[in-house]
Design a protein around this ligand. Structure first.
Ligand SMILES: [Zn+2]
Length: 879
């Protein structure tokens, strides 16, 4: 799954949890879960007749069961379903009771059974309007008429909303699905269609039997859909979209074939299904879901239209690469239980990044990924952070075991660090062994670590354990000593890196360091004690203890080494430079280094164009500029920041150079937006001139240039320009362009126009498939108008959250409220409001958000002081 809300409820550390899930390989009998394991489903036959208008469905179901021990009681999951005609082997059972609160149905037999039996029943259920179980999604067709399609989102625990089932990942079974829909509709499931029978206005479609898989991978999509398709090797590929948009699937269709070929090689285990469909669901569904054989995507992250920018294309490719990695890691081999959600998500994130970097070297993808690693490290530097592996006591909490920073990005970074430690080929060999030995079954983390241990001969379980069982990560201190001939020796030590305060637990890690002196190839060193010594080149060479920014740890150099690194900064290896900037900015945040040290690095960039390094500098400057707003030093700081970035902006200009790489285009966008935000009149004037030309001739502006230009124009809009932009949004035929225009409106600085944005965001002029847009507009407003945005947020919470699945809603409120509104009102008031609007189960999430909010508020004060002091010295003059 990708981009869904990812939060955790439970937070037990490994040592407190039952031994069964700690460090042990997978075993069905000891896999956690609520359902008894004495009766297991072998195969399901499910037939449903959905009524999309009434939001109801009628179904019949037959499940082949194995009674492993004699019992007269069966228990399985159900939600909002009423069962009738419940029979075992065609004979009535004694009693049936369902509890929606427990999400369980209990069937009592007339006498104990053992061996093979068939349970059958009829049932009625609900079609949802949010992405949980089977849901109906409304959308506006190209001609303006309203359409509806049906799709599913089962992960984590919502298959039970479409049909009663053993809805835990260890219960693998075969699924055979039949659905009756209007005959004009297309239907897509996990497997190819076996039979289609038309009767009157309806068609009944049966899909071939699925492989043995967990229930959360079942998929069904039905509606006025069309496809583009191709066959390569043994696999048929289809990309589906609502009628009229199928040609926008052509790019994804080509990519899917490339990626599948690469993964067939990587895993040395060919994709086992006969087909792989990709389905563009209009709105309603954020992100994507790796259903085996038929991946569902929000249409905005699958379709590429003429309005799509390079960034949009990168998103499409990297999300496809993520979901397709799950076809092996998640689908063919499934985590044992929701404790190990990270096994799926970390691996898919890591392999997607590797695949994207390999297919498109010019995208410099690992540098792009550095941003998500930084976000993970910021979250993980909180005292309230949690471990990658967490015990989920009850599968009802599993929907929340998806945390973008920790489950996805920290896990991705950990796998990358381990791969660098044991080597790419050895790592791949371990993965191949793991996939082959666990195919069509489940696995726990220990299975993966043991496979990597066998491949490498290194004690991977011991190296990996602290990284997944403990929250946080180390700060490595580096002290250099020089001998009389200038040779350098290092003393390395570690402690947990925290934004605030000190770690009282004495946590330690086995840290796979990569050390580079000068421009030599990096050398691996495992820091596995409190303090360690090693030789490292010459004292007058630049030093990186996190070469190429591969490691998930921070480094603090002694003053002399930092001075050498600062002096040699312009010529450093790109990855080393990125690592140094990342660390120095984080150390400013934790109070362990001065802002002056960071700005000294920024100043020595000159007109070097390394995009990721500049992005990191710009992000820091933007934080300081925001902190300075309204303070006496604000004007001086924005002048300083403008002067620092203007030479690079001038060098890049407004128009892309031929053969320009995407990271340079992204850098141009950020520079222009910042110059506008920081009041550079020449930039604002040029944006207006180009906007006027664009209004006259839409061809005058490439898709890549639109977002930034519209953002600048929107930010500085007067009433007439605002109306013009609003008209473009309302008239937009293409949703990518439509969203671009609306978001540009929400950047407006003028307070009266900002109030209009609130009205627009809450109006029904936004099409139903853009149902996350209203929330996005209100949040975008918060940057310039925090109070206005906050008032709109709390007054319209239900409306703004209506597209969010019900279990996720409190968690999303807990996380987003402090993240967006930390500067809108006093933090005690903000926290009180949030607590009153979420259940206690989400308080841990709120605590994490509040820790960040308090940190940002304190940092704001500290940065103003530090920046003013820096500007008061003469050292920066003339820059
Ligand atoms: Zn995923």
């Amino acid at each position: 799954m990708l981009n869904r809300t990812r939060f955790y409820f439970a937070a037990l550390c490994c040592s407190l949890a039952p031994a069964a899930w700690c460090g042990a390989p997978f075993s069905f009998d000891s896999a956690p879960g609520r359902l008894p394991k004495n009766v297991v489903p072998l195969s399901y036959d499910v037939a449903i007749v959905p009524n999309a208008d009434a939001l109801e469905l009628a179904g019949t179901e037959s499940v082949r069961l194995q009674f492993r021990t004699a019992t007269a009681t069966l228990q399985f999951n159900s939600l909002n379903e009423t069962l009738s005609h419940v029979l075992l082997d065609g004979k009535p059972v004694k009693s049936v009771s369902s509890s929606d609160e427990q999400q369980l149905t209990t069937v009592t037999l007339t006498k104990p059974a053992i061996g093979l039996h068939t349970l059958s029943f009829s049932y009625n259920g609900k079609i949802e309007t949010q992405p949980q179980g089977l849901f109906a999604q409304k959308y506006t067709k190209s001609g303006g008429a309203q359409g509806v399609l049906l799709s599913t989102q089962m992960e984590a625990t919502d298959a039970r909303r479409m049909f009663p089932c053993w809805d835990e990942p260890a219960f693998r079974a075969y699924f055979r699905l039949t659905v009756t829909v209007p005959k004009s509709w297309a239907t897509v499931g996990n497997m190819p269609i076996a039979r289609r029978t038309v009767r009157g206005e309806s068609a009944t479609v049966s899909f071939e039997r699925s492989p043995k898989m967990p229930s959360y991978l079942v998929v069904l999509t039905a509606g006025d859909l069309r496809e583009v398709s191709a066959t390569r090797g043994a696999t048929r590929f289809g990309v589906w979209a609502v009628a009229g948009h199928e040609q926008d699937g052509a790019v994804a269709l080509a990519s899917a074939q490339d990626i599948l070929g690469d993964y067939n090689d990587y895993f040395a285990y060919p994709y086992p299904l006969p087909k792989l469909d990709s389905i563009a669901v209009p709105g309603g569904f954020s992100g994507a879901m790796e259903n085996w054989g038929a991946i569902t995507y929000n249409d905005q992250v699958l379709l590429v239209s003429p309005s799509s920018s390079m960034q949009d294309r990168q998103t499409v490719f990297s999300i496809q690469a993520h979901e397709m990695a799950h076809q092996w890691f998640g689908d063919l081999v499934t985590m044992s239980w929701w404790d190990d959600t990270w096994l799926n998500e970390s691996f898919a994130s890591w392999l997607a990044a590797k695949e994207t970097a390999a297919r498109y070297p010019a995208w410099r993808w690992w540098e792009e990924e550095d941003e998500s690693k930084e976000s993970a490290m910021a979250a993980d530097a909180r005292a309230t952070s949690h471990a990658i592996e967490q015990h989920v006591t009850d599968e009802l909490q599993a929907a929340n075991s998806f945390d973008s920073d920790i489950t996805y990005s920290k896990g991705e970074a950990l796998l990358r660090m381990l791969e660098a430690y044991i080597g790419e080929d050895v790592f791949r060999q371990g993965i191949r062994t793991y996939i082959k030995s666990r195919a069509y079954s489940n696995a726990a983390a220990a299975d993966l670590w043991n496979a990597l241990k066998d491949a490498s001969g290194k004690n991977i379980p011991a190296v990996a354990a602290p990284w997944i069982e403990k929250p946080g990560f180390p700060l490595v201190h580096v002290t250099a000593a020089c001998d009389s001939s200038g040779n350098r020796s290092l003393t390395l030590s570690q402690k947990r890196f925290l934004l605030n305060g000190a770690d009282a637990t004495g946590a330690q890690w086995q840290v796979p360091l990569r050390i580079r002196s000068g421009s030599a190839a990096p050398r691996n060193l495992l820091l596995d004690t409190q303090e360690q010594k090693t030789a490292a080149g010459r004292c007058d060479e630049a030093l990186s203890v996190n070469a190429d920014a591969v490691g998930y740890y921070r480094v603090q150099y002694d003053a002399d080494t930092l001075a050498v690194n600062t002096r040699l900064f312009p010529t450093a290896v790109d990855g080393d430079r990125i690592a140094l900037l990342d660390d120095q900015w984080a150390l400013v945040g934790s109070g362990e280094s001065s802002l002056q040290n960071f700005l000294a690095l920024a100043s020595s960039m000159g007109t070097d164009r390394d995009a990721r390094a500049w992005q990191q500098i710009l992000r820091a400057l933007a934080v300081i500029e925001y902190a300075e707003r309204g303070s006496p030093g604000s004007k001086a700081f924005t002048a300083y920041a403008r002067a620092l970035i203007k030479p690079v902006a001038d060098q890049l200009g407004w128009d892309a150079a031929p053969q320009e790489t995407p990271d340079v285009g992204d850098l141009r966008d950020t520079l222009l937006r910042d110059l506008s935000r920081w009041g550079d009149q020449a930039t604002i004037d040029e944006a207006r001139r180009r906007f006027a030309a664009f209004v006259q001739d839409p061809q005058a502006l490439s898709a890549d240039a639109q977002s930034t230009l519209l953002a600048i124009v929107g930010q500085n809009a007067d009433a007439a320009t605002f109306a013009q932009l609003h008209r473009l949004a309302k008239d937009a035929k293409d949703q990518t362009f439509l969203e671009r225009c609306y978001v540009a409106l929400a950047r407006v600085r003028d307070p009266d126009l900002a109030r209009q944005v609130v009205q627009i965001a809450l109006s029904d002029e936004l099409p139903p498939q853009a149902n996350t847009l209203s929330r996005r507009l209100i949040f975008t407003l918060a940057r310039e108008h925090p109070q206005l945005s906050w008032d709109a947020y709390i007054a319209n919470l239900d409306h703004l959250m209506k597209s969010v699945a019900s279990e996720e809603r409190p968690l999303r409120i807990a996380e987003q409220t402090p993240a967006v509104y930390w500067d809108a009102l006093p933090l005690d008031q903000l926290e009180a409001w949030a607590r009153a609007n979420i259940p206690p189960g989400a308080y841990d999430n709120l605590a994490r958000g509040m820790e960040t909010a308090h940190h940002l508020a304190a940092q704001k004060v500290a940065l103003v002081k530090a920046a003013d002091a820096y500007l008061a010295t003469a050292t920066h003059a003339a820059r």
